[in-house]
Design a protein around this ligand. Sequence first.
Ligand SMILES: Cc1ncc(COP(=O)(O)O)c(C=O)c1O
Length: 377
Amino acid sequence: MELFNVYPVTPINIVKAQGSTVWDEQGNEYLDLYGGHAVISIGHTHPHYVKSVSDQLNKIGFYSNSILIPIQQHLASQLGEVSGKLDYTLFLCNSGAEANENALKLASFHTGRKKIIAFSKSFHGRTSLAVAATDNPSIIAPVNETDNVVFLPFNDEDSLQKAFSEYGEEIAAVIIEGIQGVGGIREASIPFLKLIRNLCDQFGAIFIADSVQCGYGRTGDFYSHDFAGVNADIYSMAKGMGNGFPIGGISISPKFKPSFGLLGTTFGGNHLACAAAVSVLDIIKKDNLMDNASKVGDYLISELKKFDKVMEVRGRGLMIGIELPAELANVKKDLLLKNRIFTGEAKPNVIRLLPALNITKEIADQFLTAFDERLKA
Ligand SMILES: Cc1ncc(COP(=O)(O)O)c(C=O)c1O
């Protein structure tokens, strides 16, 4: 049996990893500034993470949500504290798409409405509603096509205002990434996020902050939307939550009332996933990783802005996009092949940096030296 071939893969087999360093099977060492797509939040094989997951596995790895699983409440309390949303509640699932799917479904249950507002260049995942709210027709299957989702231009206050004036009473939710990831590291503006809050309050719609990629401390705030000084009604999260162990969740404002059977999952909130997530929050808190993301991120962004050949540097904290002109299309590939540095990408020619939140200034300098070399090559 062969694999169903959907990923254009780089032919490198990583067999060992520690912190922000990974090694292939020939023993070659690489610097990981991609974090396995923003997933590795506290560094590969962090000793506390490895111990928590191993200890848990030696006790019990899984049982269904039909019994008490106290580690779920431990995770919820910790998340409330670290995120500052103490009165929100937590529903656990397994991925980013699932988190958004549940957020959108909950918004519709709560309001009794069907319309969703999403934005140009958005990416919210590949399950049916999440993909319908994703601005990429090539990944929306015919069965997922729906008139319930309306796309508006990102950061365009007039069109948002107009949409609410026209059919505000039908809108269940507005879903927005605080910083678009797949869309090329584009920040939602503060006035735009504030307007979403105001219009949702005025019309009884739900503000969903997709924090799957931009959240979990990556920008220096726990949720990148916090930068605007307004609260969302639901925050979806996944990538950095388990440092590689699959787990997702939604943090839900107190305006929602749960009822038995409203949401549900077999694997979501299992013992092992919770042990992984608890250890991630332990380290984010103990090592002040949100502060570190902010400091090292500011440093990287200000240094990257000094390169003449760079068209634009976007993002905040350790979610950084470096837009390069078309003639420098090889830089990302060469960083990997010649400097052994993993980075991410976005179209048309954006290098995405999504490293672990505990990278040091020395690691940032190592990247800057290699990047300089590539631009001069
Ligand atoms: C902003 C955003 N939302 C949702 C998702 C979907 O997450 P997952 O791949 O875990 O389903 C992603 C994945 O890249 C994402 O970047």
